[in-house]
Design a protein around this ligand. Structure first.
Ligand code: C2O
Ligand code: CU
Length: 562
Protein backbone atom coordinates (compact mmCIF):
# COMPACT_ATOMS: atom_id res chain seq x y z
CA UNK A 1 0.00 0.00 0.00
CA UNK A 2 1.09 3.56 -0.57
CA UNK A 3 0.51 7.10 0.50
CA UNK A 4 -1.12 9.24 -2.15
CA UNK A 5 -0.54 12.98 -1.99
CA UNK A 6 -2.92 15.66 -3.20
CA UNK A 7 -2.68 19.44 -3.00
CA UNK A 8 -6.08 21.03 -3.33
CA UNK A 9 -7.38 24.57 -3.39
CA UNK A 10 -11.07 25.23 -2.98
CA UNK A 11 -12.44 28.29 -4.77
CA UNK A 12 -15.27 29.59 -6.93
CA UNK A 13 -15.02 29.15 -10.67
CA UNK A 14 -17.45 30.14 -13.41
CA UNK A 15 -18.86 27.07 -15.12
CA UNK A 16 -21.91 26.08 -17.11
CA UNK A 17 -22.83 22.73 -15.56
CA UNK A 18 -26.20 22.70 -17.33
CA UNK A 19 -25.34 25.14 -20.15
CA UNK A 20 -26.17 28.16 -17.94
CA UNK A 21 -23.14 29.93 -16.54
CA UNK A 22 -22.96 30.25 -12.75
CA UNK A 23 -20.28 30.40 -10.06
CA UNK A 24 -19.55 26.90 -8.78
CA UNK A 25 -17.41 25.77 -5.88
CA UNK A 26 -14.52 23.93 -7.44
CA UNK A 27 -11.24 22.30 -6.48
CA UNK A 28 -8.07 23.29 -8.34
CA UNK A 29 -10.33 24.96 -10.89
CA UNK A 30 -12.23 21.74 -11.53
CA UNK A 31 -15.91 20.97 -11.07
CA UNK A 32 -16.72 18.36 -9.90
CA UNK A 33 -13.54 18.11 -7.86
CA UNK A 34 -10.76 15.74 -8.96
CA UNK A 35 -11.53 12.02 -8.79
CA UNK A 36 -9.43 10.21 -6.22
CA UNK A 37 -8.48 6.68 -7.10
CA UNK A 38 -6.70 4.52 -4.54
CA UNK A 39 -6.27 0.92 -3.44
CA UNK A 40 -7.61 -0.55 -0.23
CA UNK A 41 -5.03 -0.04 2.51
CA UNK A 42 -3.60 3.14 0.98
CA UNK A 43 -3.22 6.33 2.96
CA UNK A 44 -4.60 9.51 1.44
CA UNK A 45 -2.85 12.76 2.25
CA UNK A 46 -4.91 15.72 1.08
CA UNK A 47 -3.49 19.15 1.78
CA UNK A 48 -6.51 21.39 1.48
CA UNK A 49 -6.15 25.16 1.20
CA UNK A 50 -9.18 27.39 1.45
CA UNK A 51 -9.12 29.94 -1.35
CA UNK A 52 -12.71 31.04 -0.75
CA UNK A 53 -12.34 34.61 0.41
CA UNK A 54 -15.43 34.91 2.59
CA UNK A 55 -16.25 31.39 3.82
CA UNK A 56 -14.70 28.62 5.83
CA UNK A 57 -14.61 25.10 4.42
CA UNK A 58 -14.19 21.40 5.35
CA UNK A 59 -14.38 18.20 3.28
CA UNK A 60 -16.00 14.97 4.39
CA UNK A 61 -14.95 11.60 2.92
CA UNK A 62 -18.32 9.99 2.68
CA UNK A 63 -18.29 6.26 3.48
CA UNK A 64 -14.69 6.18 4.77
CA UNK A 65 -14.82 5.16 8.41
CA UNK A 66 -11.73 6.99 9.65
CA UNK A 67 -10.62 4.31 12.12
CA UNK A 68 -8.01 5.98 14.33
CA UNK A 69 -8.33 9.36 12.58
CA UNK A 70 -11.70 10.80 13.69
CA UNK A 71 -10.31 14.35 13.26
CA UNK A 72 -10.07 13.72 9.49
CA UNK A 73 -13.80 13.09 9.05
CA UNK A 74 -14.31 16.62 7.79
CA UNK A 75 -17.44 17.62 9.68
CA UNK A 76 -17.49 21.25 10.80
CA UNK A 77 -18.16 21.63 14.55
CA UNK A 78 -18.09 17.87 15.06
CA UNK A 79 -14.66 16.59 14.05
CA UNK A 80 -12.80 19.83 13.39
CA UNK A 81 -12.79 23.61 13.24
CA UNK A 82 -13.59 25.06 9.84
CA UNK A 83 -10.62 25.89 7.67
CA UNK A 84 -10.60 29.68 7.34
CA UNK A 85 -9.66 31.57 4.16
CA UNK A 86 -5.96 31.09 3.34
CA UNK A 87 -5.59 28.35 5.94
CA UNK A 88 -4.51 24.81 5.08
CA UNK A 89 -5.62 21.59 6.73
CA UNK A 90 -4.15 18.18 6.05
CA UNK A 91 -6.58 15.27 5.80
CA UNK A 92 -4.56 12.13 6.30
CA UNK A 93 -6.42 8.86 6.61
CA UNK A 94 -6.57 5.29 5.43
CA UNK A 95 -9.02 3.97 2.87
CA UNK A 96 -9.39 0.48 4.30
CA UNK A 97 -12.16 -0.98 2.17
CA UNK A 98 -12.62 -1.20 -1.60
CA UNK A 99 -15.74 0.45 -2.94
CA UNK A 100 -17.44 3.41 -4.56
CA UNK A 101 -17.38 6.55 -2.47
CA UNK A 102 -17.40 10.30 -2.84
CA UNK A 103 -16.37 13.36 -0.91
CA UNK A 104 -18.16 16.63 -0.30
CA UNK A 105 -18.24 19.85 1.68
CA UNK A 106 -19.71 19.48 5.17
CA UNK A 107 -20.06 23.06 6.32
CA UNK A 108 -23.24 25.04 5.81
CA UNK A 109 -24.66 24.03 2.45
CA UNK A 110 -21.47 23.89 0.43
CA UNK A 111 -22.34 20.55 -1.11
CA UNK A 112 -25.20 22.29 -2.90
CA UNK A 113 -22.70 24.89 -4.12
CA UNK A 114 -20.89 22.14 -6.03
CA UNK A 115 -18.21 20.99 -3.58
CA UNK A 116 -18.01 17.27 -4.30
CA UNK A 117 -16.12 14.64 -6.25
CA UNK A 118 -15.66 10.88 -6.66
CA UNK A 119 -13.51 8.67 -4.46
CA UNK A 120 -12.92 5.18 -5.81
CA UNK A 121 -11.11 2.52 -3.85
CA UNK A 122 -9.95 -0.56 -5.74
CA UNK A 123 -9.21 -3.87 -4.06
CA UNK A 124 -5.72 -4.23 -2.63
CA UNK A 125 -2.96 -5.66 -4.81
CA UNK A 126 -3.49 -9.40 -5.21
CA UNK A 127 -7.13 -9.28 -4.06
CA UNK A 128 -10.12 -9.96 -6.30
CA UNK A 129 -13.63 -8.57 -6.50
CA UNK A 130 -16.31 -11.28 -6.30
CA UNK A 131 -17.41 -10.47 -9.88
CA UNK A 132 -15.79 -9.87 -13.26
CA UNK A 133 -16.00 -7.02 -15.71
CA UNK A 134 -14.18 -5.72 -18.78
CA UNK A 135 -14.31 -2.01 -18.12
CA UNK A 136 -15.84 0.56 -15.81
CA UNK A 137 -17.34 4.03 -15.61
CA UNK A 138 -18.33 6.15 -12.69
CA UNK A 139 -21.25 8.53 -12.59
CA UNK A 140 -21.57 10.97 -9.73
CA UNK A 141 -25.15 12.22 -9.64
CA UNK A 142 -26.20 15.59 -8.27
CA UNK A 143 -28.86 18.27 -8.50
CA UNK A 144 -28.26 21.88 -9.40
CA UNK A 145 -29.96 25.23 -8.84
CA UNK A 146 -29.35 28.45 -10.68
CA UNK A 147 -29.94 30.43 -7.49
CA UNK A 148 -27.01 30.64 -5.13
CA UNK A 149 -26.68 28.61 -1.95
CA UNK A 150 -26.77 31.89 -0.02
CA UNK A 151 -30.17 32.63 -1.48
CA UNK A 152 -31.39 29.12 -0.75
CA UNK A 153 -30.14 29.30 2.82
CA UNK A 154 -31.63 32.74 3.48
CA UNK A 155 -35.00 31.39 2.39
CA UNK A 156 -34.79 28.38 4.69
CA UNK A 157 -34.19 30.49 7.77
CA UNK A 158 -36.55 33.36 7.05
CA UNK A 159 -40.04 33.98 8.40
CA UNK A 160 -42.18 33.24 6.51
CA UNK A 161 -40.29 30.30 5.11
CA UNK A 162 -39.23 30.64 1.47
CA UNK A 163 -38.62 27.45 -0.40
CA UNK A 164 -36.21 27.61 -3.31
CA UNK A 165 -38.23 25.10 -5.31
CA UNK A 166 -37.00 22.29 -7.51
CA UNK A 167 -33.46 22.22 -8.81
CA UNK A 168 -33.20 23.43 -12.41
CA UNK A 169 -31.33 20.31 -13.46
CA UNK A 170 -29.84 16.99 -12.54
CA UNK A 171 -26.17 16.43 -13.32
CA UNK A 172 -24.09 13.36 -14.13
CA UNK A 173 -20.43 14.01 -13.37
CA UNK A 174 -21.35 17.67 -13.16
CA UNK A 175 -23.00 17.78 -16.58
CA UNK A 176 -26.64 18.37 -17.45
CA UNK A 177 -28.71 20.20 -20.03
CA UNK A 178 -31.12 22.93 -18.98
CA UNK A 179 -31.86 24.73 -22.21
CA UNK A 180 -31.81 21.86 -24.67
CA UNK A 181 -32.54 18.14 -24.66
CA UNK A 182 -30.76 15.07 -25.96
CA UNK A 183 -34.19 13.50 -26.42
CA UNK A 184 -36.13 16.31 -28.06
CA UNK A 185 -37.00 14.12 -31.05
CA UNK A 186 -38.98 11.90 -28.67
CA UNK A 187 -41.03 14.83 -27.42
CA UNK A 188 -44.52 13.84 -26.36
CA UNK A 189 -47.07 16.63 -26.48
CA UNK A 190 -47.86 17.97 -23.03
CA UNK A 191 -45.04 16.14 -21.31
CA UNK A 192 -41.71 17.63 -20.38
CA UNK A 193 -40.74 14.61 -18.37
CA UNK A 194 -38.26 13.13 -20.77
CA UNK A 195 -37.57 15.94 -23.15
CA UNK A 196 -36.98 19.04 -21.10
CA UNK A 197 -37.21 22.53 -22.42
CA UNK A 198 -35.67 23.92 -25.57
CA UNK A 199 -34.78 22.19 -28.76
CA UNK A 200 -32.20 19.57 -29.56
CA UNK A 201 -28.72 19.94 -28.07
CA UNK A 202 -25.86 20.53 -30.47
CA UNK A 203 -22.62 19.62 -28.83
CA UNK A 204 -19.09 19.39 -30.12
CA UNK A 205 -18.21 17.50 -26.97
CA UNK A 206 -15.92 19.93 -25.15
CA UNK A 207 -18.67 22.11 -23.60
CA UNK A 208 -19.08 22.06 -19.79
CA UNK A 209 -22.58 20.72 -20.26
CA UNK A 210 -21.87 18.18 -23.00
CA UNK A 211 -22.92 14.80 -21.65
CA UNK A 212 -20.33 12.36 -20.46
CA UNK A 213 -20.73 9.60 -23.05
CA UNK A 214 -20.15 5.99 -22.01
CA UNK A 215 -18.48 4.36 -25.01
CA UNK A 216 -18.59 0.58 -24.98
CA UNK A 217 -17.91 -2.47 -27.12
CA UNK A 218 -20.59 -5.00 -27.86
CA UNK A 219 -20.78 -8.23 -25.79
CA UNK A 220 -18.76 -7.02 -22.87
CA UNK A 221 -19.59 -6.44 -19.22
CA UNK A 222 -19.08 -3.03 -17.67
CA UNK A 223 -19.15 -1.90 -14.08
CA UNK A 224 -21.02 1.34 -13.55
CA UNK A 225 -20.18 3.03 -10.27
CA UNK A 226 -23.02 5.28 -9.20
CA UNK A 227 -23.04 7.68 -6.28
CA UNK A 228 -25.58 10.33 -5.37
CA UNK A 229 -24.45 13.65 -3.96
CA UNK A 230 -27.83 15.30 -4.54
CA UNK A 231 -28.87 18.03 -2.16
CA UNK A 232 -32.56 17.27 -2.41
CA UNK A 233 -33.70 14.66 -4.87
CA UNK A 234 -34.03 10.90 -4.67
CA UNK A 235 -33.25 9.45 -8.09
CA UNK A 236 -34.06 6.49 -10.27
CA UNK A 237 -31.31 5.32 -12.60
CA UNK A 238 -31.84 3.25 -15.75
CA UNK A 239 -30.21 2.36 -19.06
CA UNK A 240 -32.70 1.83 -21.88
CA UNK A 241 -33.07 -1.84 -22.98
CA UNK A 242 -30.34 -3.04 -20.58
CA UNK A 243 -30.50 -4.95 -17.31
CA UNK A 244 -28.43 -3.82 -14.37
CA UNK A 245 -26.98 -6.36 -11.94
CA UNK A 246 -26.43 -4.78 -8.54
CA UNK A 247 -23.19 -6.01 -6.93
CA UNK A 248 -22.11 -3.32 -4.46
CA UNK A 249 -23.91 -0.89 -2.18
CA UNK A 250 -22.15 1.82 -0.12
CA UNK A 251 -18.78 0.08 -0.39
CA UNK A 252 -20.07 -3.38 0.55
CA UNK A 253 -20.68 -6.41 -1.65
CA UNK A 254 -24.26 -7.50 -2.10
CA UNK A 255 -25.87 -10.69 -3.33
CA UNK A 256 -26.12 -9.92 -7.08
CA UNK A 257 -29.62 -9.27 -8.44
CA UNK A 258 -30.85 -7.94 -11.77
CA UNK A 259 -33.15 -4.96 -12.18
CA UNK A 260 -34.35 -2.68 -14.97
CA UNK A 261 -33.72 0.41 -12.87
CA UNK A 262 -32.67 1.33 -9.37
CA UNK A 263 -33.49 3.98 -6.80
CA UNK A 264 -30.55 5.83 -5.36
CA UNK A 265 -30.86 8.24 -2.43
CA UNK A 266 -28.55 11.06 -1.57
CA UNK A 267 -25.54 9.59 0.22
CA UNK A 268 -25.83 6.16 -1.38
CA UNK A 269 -23.52 4.48 -3.86
CA UNK A 270 -23.93 1.36 -5.96
CA UNK A 271 -22.01 -0.66 -8.48
CA UNK A 272 -24.03 -2.33 -11.20
CA UNK A 273 -22.86 -4.61 -13.99
CA UNK A 274 -24.20 -3.95 -17.45
CA UNK A 275 -23.77 -6.38 -20.33
CA UNK A 276 -23.75 -4.83 -23.79
CA UNK A 277 -26.02 -7.42 -25.36
CA UNK A 278 -28.30 -5.16 -27.39
CA UNK A 279 -28.31 -4.23 -31.08
CA UNK A 280 -24.85 -2.68 -31.60
CA UNK A 281 -26.04 -0.52 -34.49
CA UNK A 282 -27.80 1.77 -32.01
CA UNK A 283 -26.92 3.99 -29.05
CA UNK A 284 -29.07 3.97 -25.88
CA UNK A 285 -30.19 6.53 -23.33
CA UNK A 286 -28.93 6.47 -19.77
CA UNK A 287 -31.22 8.35 -17.42
CA UNK A 288 -31.57 9.57 -13.86
CA UNK A 289 -35.01 10.92 -12.96
CA UNK A 290 -36.62 12.24 -9.82
CA UNK A 291 -38.39 9.97 -7.33
CA UNK A 292 -39.94 10.64 -3.96
CA UNK A 293 -41.06 14.20 -4.61
CA UNK A 294 -43.45 15.70 -7.09
CA UNK A 295 -40.98 17.68 -9.16
CA UNK A 296 -40.56 19.65 -12.35
CA UNK A 297 -36.91 18.75 -12.64
CA UNK A 298 -36.27 17.04 -15.96
CA UNK A 299 -34.48 13.69 -15.97
CA UNK A 300 -30.74 13.79 -16.64
CA UNK A 301 -29.66 12.01 -19.79
CA UNK A 302 -26.50 10.71 -21.31
CA UNK A 303 -25.70 8.11 -23.93
CA UNK A 304 -24.47 4.53 -23.89
CA UNK A 305 -22.50 4.53 -27.12
CA UNK A 306 -21.85 1.23 -28.86
CA UNK A 307 -18.61 1.74 -30.77
CA UNK A 308 -18.06 2.49 -33.61
CA UNK A 309 -21.32 4.47 -33.75
CA UNK A 310 -20.71 8.20 -33.42
CA UNK A 311 -20.84 9.05 -29.68
CA UNK A 312 -23.59 11.64 -30.05
CA UNK A 313 -25.69 9.67 -32.53
CA UNK A 314 -29.24 9.91 -31.30
CA UNK A 315 -30.63 6.70 -29.80
CA UNK A 316 -33.41 5.12 -31.83
CA UNK A 317 -35.53 4.29 -28.79
CA UNK A 318 -36.81 6.81 -26.18
CA UNK A 319 -35.26 7.36 -22.76
CA UNK A 320 -36.37 5.12 -19.87
CA UNK A 321 -39.48 6.35 -18.10
CA UNK A 322 -38.88 7.20 -14.46
CA UNK A 323 -41.32 5.30 -12.20
CA UNK A 324 -44.06 7.36 -10.58
CA UNK A 325 -42.61 9.65 -7.91
CA UNK A 326 -44.95 8.45 -5.18
CA UNK A 327 -44.82 4.71 -5.80
CA UNK A 328 -43.20 4.13 -2.41
CA UNK A 329 -44.05 0.44 -2.44
CA UNK A 330 -41.80 0.05 -5.41
CA UNK A 331 -39.04 1.92 -3.52
CA UNK A 332 -39.41 -0.36 -0.52
CA UNK A 333 -39.41 -3.45 -2.71
CA UNK A 334 -36.11 -2.38 -4.21
CA UNK A 335 -34.59 -1.73 -0.76
CA UNK A 336 -35.60 -5.20 0.36
CA UNK A 337 -33.73 -6.81 -2.54
CA UNK A 338 -30.42 -5.58 -1.18
CA UNK A 339 -28.84 -8.45 0.74
CA UNK A 340 -25.31 -8.92 1.96
CA UNK A 341 -23.05 -11.20 -0.06
CA UNK A 342 -22.61 -13.86 2.58
CA UNK A 343 -18.96 -14.62 3.19
CA UNK A 344 -17.78 -11.26 1.83
CA UNK A 345 -19.69 -9.08 4.26
CA UNK A 346 -19.71 -9.00 8.09
CA UNK A 347 -22.68 -10.45 10.01
CA UNK A 348 -24.48 -8.51 12.72
CA UNK A 349 -24.46 -9.48 16.40
CA UNK A 350 -27.71 -11.33 17.21
CA UNK A 351 -28.64 -8.90 19.96
CA UNK A 352 -28.16 -5.25 20.68
CA UNK A 353 -27.26 -3.60 23.97
CA UNK A 354 -29.31 -0.49 23.46
CA UNK A 355 -32.09 0.80 21.28
CA UNK A 356 -32.50 4.47 20.38
CA UNK A 357 -35.69 5.48 18.62
CA UNK A 358 -35.46 8.73 16.66
CA UNK A 359 -38.69 10.46 15.74
CA UNK A 360 -38.37 12.66 12.65
CA UNK A 361 -40.65 15.69 12.75
CA UNK A 362 -41.02 19.03 11.08
CA UNK A 363 -41.60 21.87 13.53
CA UNK A 364 -41.07 25.52 14.16
CA UNK A 365 -38.76 27.28 16.58
CA UNK A 366 -39.75 30.92 17.05
CA UNK A 367 -41.64 30.75 13.80
CA UNK A 368 -38.69 29.38 11.81
CA UNK A 369 -39.34 26.06 10.10
CA UNK A 370 -37.04 23.31 11.41
CA UNK A 371 -36.67 19.53 11.42
CA UNK A 372 -36.33 17.83 14.78
CA UNK A 373 -35.28 14.50 16.20
CA UNK A 374 -37.14 13.59 19.38
CA UNK A 375 -38.10 17.24 19.53
CA UNK A 376 -34.54 18.57 19.39
CA UNK A 377 -33.47 20.46 16.30
CA UNK A 378 -29.72 20.18 15.89
CA UNK A 379 -27.67 23.37 15.83
CA UNK A 380 -23.95 22.69 16.03
CA UNK A 381 -21.81 24.29 18.77
CA UNK A 382 -18.92 26.71 18.19
CA UNK A 383 -16.39 24.27 19.64
CA UNK A 384 -16.13 20.97 17.75
CA UNK A 385 -17.31 18.06 19.90
CA UNK A 386 -14.27 15.88 19.30
CA UNK A 387 -11.96 18.29 21.12
CA UNK A 388 -14.43 19.43 23.76
CA UNK A 389 -15.31 15.86 24.76
CA UNK A 390 -11.75 14.61 24.71
CA UNK A 391 -10.56 17.50 26.88
CA UNK A 392 -13.71 17.41 29.04
CA UNK A 393 -14.47 21.10 28.53
CA UNK A 394 -17.55 22.31 30.33
CA UNK A 395 -20.12 24.53 28.57
CA UNK A 396 -19.05 23.58 25.05
CA UNK A 397 -22.47 21.98 24.53
CA UNK A 398 -25.48 20.80 26.50
CA UNK A 399 -24.21 17.74 28.38
CA UNK A 400 -27.64 16.29 29.22
CA UNK A 401 -28.49 13.05 27.40
CA UNK A 402 -30.97 13.45 24.55
CA UNK A 403 -34.18 11.36 24.74
CA UNK A 404 -33.95 7.65 23.82
CA UNK A 405 -37.43 7.65 22.33
CA UNK A 406 -40.57 9.76 21.89
CA UNK A 407 -43.84 9.93 23.81
CA UNK A 408 -46.22 6.99 23.58
CA UNK A 409 -49.12 9.27 22.65
CA UNK A 410 -47.43 10.95 19.70
CA UNK A 411 -49.55 10.45 16.58
CA UNK A 412 -47.24 9.94 13.59
CA UNK A 413 -50.10 10.10 11.08
CA UNK A 414 -51.03 13.71 11.88
CA UNK A 415 -49.17 17.03 11.74
CA UNK A 416 -47.56 17.71 15.15
CA UNK A 417 -50.24 18.82 17.63
CA UNK A 418 -47.72 21.12 19.25
CA UNK A 419 -45.45 22.60 16.59
CA UNK A 420 -42.84 23.94 18.99
CA UNK A 421 -39.47 22.33 19.07
CA UNK A 422 -36.23 23.33 20.73
CA UNK A 423 -32.82 24.02 19.28
CA UNK A 424 -30.19 21.80 20.85
CA UNK A 425 -26.78 20.17 20.58
CA UNK A 426 -26.95 17.18 22.92
CA UNK A 427 -24.97 14.04 22.15
CA UNK A 428 -25.77 10.33 22.40
CA UNK A 429 -22.85 8.86 24.35
CA UNK A 430 -22.38 5.23 23.31
CA UNK A 431 -20.44 2.68 25.30
CA UNK A 432 -17.34 1.67 23.33
CA UNK A 433 -17.87 -1.64 21.51
CA UNK A 434 -21.53 -1.85 22.44
CA UNK A 435 -24.09 -2.88 19.84
CA UNK A 436 -26.61 -0.15 19.17
CA UNK A 437 -29.93 -0.31 17.36
CA UNK A 438 -31.34 2.87 15.97
CA UNK A 439 -34.90 3.03 14.76
CA UNK A 440 -35.75 5.96 12.55
CA UNK A 441 -39.42 6.77 12.88
CA UNK A 442 -40.97 8.91 10.18
CA UNK A 443 -44.09 11.00 10.77
CA UNK A 444 -46.40 13.50 9.18
CA UNK A 445 -44.70 16.84 8.41
CA UNK A 446 -46.41 20.17 9.14
CA UNK A 447 -48.72 19.92 6.15
CA UNK A 448 -51.63 17.45 6.25
CA UNK A 449 -51.04 14.15 4.44
CA UNK A 450 -47.40 14.82 3.88
CA UNK A 451 -44.48 12.68 4.95
CA UNK A 452 -41.16 12.76 3.08
CA UNK A 453 -38.37 10.30 2.39
CA UNK A 454 -35.25 10.93 4.46
CA UNK A 455 -31.99 9.18 3.59
CA UNK A 456 -30.09 8.86 6.88
CA UNK A 457 -26.31 8.66 6.81
CA UNK A 458 -23.98 7.54 9.58
CA UNK A 459 -20.39 8.71 9.83
CA UNK A 460 -17.58 6.49 11.12
CA UNK A 461 -19.40 3.16 10.64
CA UNK A 462 -21.38 0.94 8.39
CA UNK A 463 -24.65 -0.28 9.85
CA UNK A 464 -26.75 -3.31 9.08
CA UNK A 465 -30.21 -2.53 7.79
CA UNK A 466 -32.38 -4.90 9.80
CA UNK A 467 -35.75 -3.93 8.46
CA UNK A 468 -38.25 -1.44 7.13
CA UNK A 469 -41.82 -1.13 8.33
CA UNK A 470 -44.93 0.91 7.86
CA UNK A 471 -46.61 2.95 10.58
CA UNK A 472 -45.36 3.20 14.10
CA UNK A 473 -42.50 0.94 15.20
CA UNK A 474 -43.73 -1.78 17.58
CA UNK A 475 -40.69 -3.59 18.94
CA UNK A 476 -42.08 -7.05 19.66
CA UNK A 477 -43.70 -7.43 16.26
CA UNK A 478 -40.90 -5.74 14.31
CA UNK A 479 -38.11 -7.83 15.84
CA UNK A 480 -39.76 -11.01 14.56
CA UNK A 481 -39.11 -9.77 11.04
CA UNK A 482 -35.62 -8.36 11.49
CA UNK A 483 -33.18 -9.73 8.94
CA UNK A 484 -30.27 -11.06 11.00
CA UNK A 485 -29.09 -13.52 8.34
CA UNK A 486 -27.99 -11.36 5.44
CA UNK A 487 -28.80 -7.71 6.17
CA UNK A 488 -26.82 -5.36 3.93
CA UNK A 489 -24.06 -3.25 5.45
CA UNK A 490 -24.59 0.34 4.41
CA UNK A 491 -23.80 3.84 5.56
CA UNK A 492 -27.03 5.39 4.26
CA UNK A 493 -30.60 4.08 4.44
CA UNK A 494 -33.90 5.67 3.60
CA UNK A 495 -36.84 6.02 5.94
CA UNK A 496 -40.03 5.99 3.90
CA UNK A 497 -43.11 8.15 4.42
CA UNK A 498 -45.01 7.22 7.60
CA UNK A 499 -42.65 4.27 8.08
CA UNK A 500 -39.65 3.23 10.12
CA UNK A 501 -36.21 1.84 9.36
CA UNK A 502 -34.16 -0.15 11.88
CA UNK A 503 -30.36 -0.28 11.71
CA UNK A 504 -27.73 -1.90 13.95
CA UNK A 505 -24.07 -1.03 14.39
CA UNK A 506 -21.18 -1.70 16.72
CA UNK A 507 -19.83 1.45 18.36
CA UNK A 508 -16.23 0.39 17.81
CA UNK A 509 -14.70 3.56 16.41
CA UNK A 510 -13.49 6.08 19.02
CA UNK A 511 -14.63 9.51 17.92
CA UNK A 512 -17.65 11.76 17.48
CA UNK A 513 -19.88 10.96 14.55
CA UNK A 514 -22.72 12.67 12.77
CA UNK A 515 -25.88 10.74 11.96
CA UNK A 516 -28.19 12.79 9.81
CA UNK A 517 -30.57 13.15 6.93
CA UNK A 518 -28.48 13.59 3.77
CA UNK A 519 -30.89 16.09 2.25
CA UNK A 520 -28.74 19.19 2.52
CA UNK A 521 -31.54 21.57 3.49
CA UNK A 522 -32.94 19.12 6.06
CA UNK A 523 -29.60 18.79 7.84
CA UNK A 524 -29.24 22.54 7.72
CA UNK A 525 -32.67 22.82 9.35
CA UNK A 526 -31.64 20.57 12.22
CA UNK A 527 -32.28 17.03 10.99
CA UNK A 528 -29.41 15.23 12.64
CA UNK A 529 -28.00 13.62 15.75
CA UNK A 530 -24.51 13.19 17.12
CA UNK A 531 -22.99 10.00 18.54
CA UNK A 532 -19.82 9.87 20.66
CA UNK A 533 -17.95 6.73 21.67
CA UNK A 534 -14.62 6.01 23.33
CA UNK A 535 -13.40 9.57 22.90
CA UNK A 536 -10.88 9.09 25.75
CA UNK A 537 -9.16 6.58 23.44
CA UNK A 538 -8.73 9.07 20.61
CA UNK A 539 -5.06 9.83 19.90
CA UNK A 540 -3.49 13.27 19.61
CA UNK A 541 -5.81 15.56 17.67
CA UNK A 542 -3.92 17.78 15.19
CA UNK A 543 -3.72 21.35 16.51
CA UNK A 544 -5.48 22.92 13.52
CA UNK A 545 -8.54 20.73 14.13
CA UNK A 546 -9.09 22.31 17.56
CA UNK A 547 -7.82 25.84 17.00
CA UNK A 548 -11.20 27.45 17.56
CA UNK A 549 -13.78 27.99 20.30
CA UNK A 550 -13.10 26.70 23.81
CA UNK A 551 -10.38 24.29 22.68
CA UNK A 552 -8.40 27.26 21.33
CA UNK A 553 -8.80 29.07 24.67
CA UNK A 554 -7.68 25.95 26.49
CA UNK A 555 -4.49 25.80 24.45
CA UNK A 556 -3.87 29.49 24.99
CA UNK A 557 -4.30 29.12 28.76
CA UNK A 558 -1.91 26.17 28.78
CA UNK A 559 0.66 28.19 26.86
CA UNK A 560 0.40 31.12 29.27
CA UNK A 561 0.91 28.80 32.23
CA UNK A 562 4.32 27.76 30.98
CU1 C2O B 1 -22.31 12.72 2.97
CU2 C2O B 1 -22.59 13.88 6.87
O1 C2O B 1 -22.50 13.39 4.88
CU1 CU C 1 -34.65 14.66 5.33
Amino acid sequence: SKTRHFKWEVGYVFRSPDCVERPVMGINGQFPGPTIRAKAGDTLHVELTNKLTTEGVVIHWHGIRQFGTPWADGTASISQCVINPEETFVYRFKVDKAGTYFYHGHYGMQRAAGLYGSLIVDVAEGEKEPFDYDGEFSLLLSDWWHQSVQEQEAGLSSVPFRWIGDPQSLLMNGRGQYNCSLASSFAVAGSNVTTGQGGPCRFLGHEDCAPQILSVLSNRTYRLRLASATSLHSLNFAVASHKLVVVEADGNYVQPFAVDDLDIYSGESYSVLLTTDQNPAANYFISAGVRGRHSNTTQALTILNYKPNPPLKSPTSPPPITPRWDDFDRSRQFSLKIRALVGRSPKPPRKSDRRIVLLNTQNTVDGVVRWSINNMSLALPATPYLGSIKYRLKHAFDGAPPPETFPENYNITRPPANLNSTIGNRVYQLRLNSTVDVVLQNANAMKENNSEIHPWHLHGHDFWVLGYGEGRFAAAEAEKHFNLDDPPSKNTAAVYPYGWTAVRFVADNPGVWAFHCHVESHLHMGMGSVFAEGVHRVGRIPGEAIACGLTARMKLAAAEDE
